[in-house]
Design a protein around this ligand. Sequence first.
Ligand SMILES: NC(=O)C1=CN([C@@H]2O[C@H](COP(=O)(O)OP(=O)(O)OC[C@H]3O[C@@H](n4cnc5c(N)ncnc54)[C@H](O)[C@@H]3O)[C@@H](O)[C@H]2O)C=CC1
Ligand SMILES: O=C(O)[C@H]1O[C@H](OP(=O)(O)OP(=O)(O)OC[C@H]2O[C@@H](n3ccc(=O)[nH]c3=O)[C@H](O)[C@@H]2O)[C@H](O)[C@@H](O)[C@@H]1O
Length: 494
Amino acid sequence: MEEAKRVSSQPLLKYPPENNRRLIAIAQVQDSMNITIVGSGYVGTTLAACLADFGHEVVAIDIDEDPVRAINAGEAPIHEPGLDELVAEHAGENLTATKDYAAVADAEVTFLALPTPARDDGSLDIAAIESGSESVGEALARAEQAGAVPDGEIARHLVVIKSTVTPAVPEEVVVPAIERGLGRALKPELSTSDQEGNGADDSDTPGQFEVGMATNPEFLREGTAVSDLLNPDKMVFGYDAEWAGDRLEGVFEPLLTDEVPIVRTDPATAMMIKYANNAFLASKISLINELGNVCKEYGIDAYEVADAIGLDDRIGEQFLRSGVGWGGSCFNKDVDALRAAARDRGYEPALLDAAVAVNDTQPARLLALLDEHVDVDGKRVAVLGLAFKPGTDDTRNSRAVPVIEGLTERGADVVAYDPVAVDDIRDRYPHLRFEAAESARVALSGAHAAVVVTDWDEFAALDSEFDSMAEPVVVDGRRVIERRDGITYEGLTW
Ligand SMILES: NC(=O)C1=CN([C@@H]2O[C@H](COP(=O)(O)OP(=O)(O)OC[C@H]3O[C@@H](n4cnc5c(N)ncnc54)[C@H](O)[C@@H]3O)[C@@H](O)[C@H]2O)C=CC1
Ligand SMILES: O=C(O)[C@H]1O[C@H](OP(=O)(O)OP(=O)(O)OC[C@H]2O[C@@H](n3ccc(=O)[nH]c3=O)[C@H](O)[C@@H]2O)[C@H](O)[C@@H](O)[C@@H]1O
């Protein structure tokens, strides 16, 4: 019994151990390709740097000058462990950036890593993916007219959708947009053979591009983007033409070891796999949050319960950390897009609706717990953490947003501390009223309460800092602070 108790009282691993995961390519490609990557955000820059590390010649394209300038200066435009090093190593060599889509014509493969945000009704905003696809088609058409493809030949160009798009988008949006740019169908009339560069039936006919479309969803997480990309659980390739599948395998050759399963499927199914993946993970968190809420009502520690159910292989130990809920750029928008896509076809996604409802409720539950201990009206309250999760400066949909809003509604003077995310939250959510503190110690000093929103490791080390609080009430939304004498501690689900 004693032994069992010790095991189950250990906190769950926050995330899988990263220290044995590689941050550089272990192998180089045999045949280097010219690759363009449209969109230099989290996914595009990580992909660009990793593909350059595989030995490909990579050009990153973005409409925004800032990431282009950063990459060309050898700096990562976003904060991701290991990314600065990779960009610094390859920039100016086999990794360059530009605002000019003309680079597409020199490439064998173009990845679209463009944003796919949610519209107000939750459905997918396809504006960037549509205009990016059209720009790719236009660039290929211009190059064709300038004689980029030798007379009588067909040059194959593969457009790969890396962005997360609902299943109908590849065929119903991307293909027509590329065709609009090209001014014709993806496959030219001339193409009579399956052999690239060999499809000519008339050597006087101007050469043309044959454009293929594939999907290759990305499963990386922010904060561990490089290591996730280089250590995938699976690769999903969605394509129709065999040559497209072969080319995708050529791009990712160093990753395709015996340990990495490859799912080869059609473009729509590949994207459904991506949505199902995110919907499952988000719902798993909501389920453990709901179970945690019930645990709390009975004075039971939800983490002890989670540790135990995680021992069942069918459940698995990951994504069972209950608390203030999920944030980030993708779970919200992807679950919303899937709900909207389901409704679009007449299906009511009751379970996905419930997952979102539980997630929306957790910040209010945290504040209700706080209300039980202190009336914060006119009092200083410390918010520890602004990023949607540790290891990133991204505050998109961070649970800090509803928490700060709720505190402000209660009349509290909010003092927030985050090691990296203050600028991001100020830019994205200018309506939030809070004073930024330079350290957790400063935020806690004189505070009548503290709430924990992000599980930064440094918060676990806080100790004497709590002594300077006016009233040492701590409501922990992430199970990161240890209970200790001298503070009134409330865990959200424990
Ligand atoms: N962020 C993440 O962790 C993950 C994101 N995804 C998906 O990948 C896609 C990209 O996401 P992020 O990299 O997070 O986006 P992001 O917002 O970080 O970056 C997108 C980039 O595209 C650029 N852009 C916008 N319109 C453009 C255009 N017409 N031409 C060229 N560049 C243009 C923007 O300036 C920006 O630099 C989304 O569909 C997302 O759902 C998938 C897996 C993980
Ligand atoms: O499509 C995407 O963009 C990505 O979305 C998530 O990645 P990400 O949002 O970067 O971060 P996660 O580590 O999944 O965390 C998401 C949120 O869930 C919360 N979370 C996570 C795990 C957990 O047990 N409990 C919990 O509340 C985190 O605090 C965070 O707010 C997925 O994990 C990736 O596989 C996917 O590629």
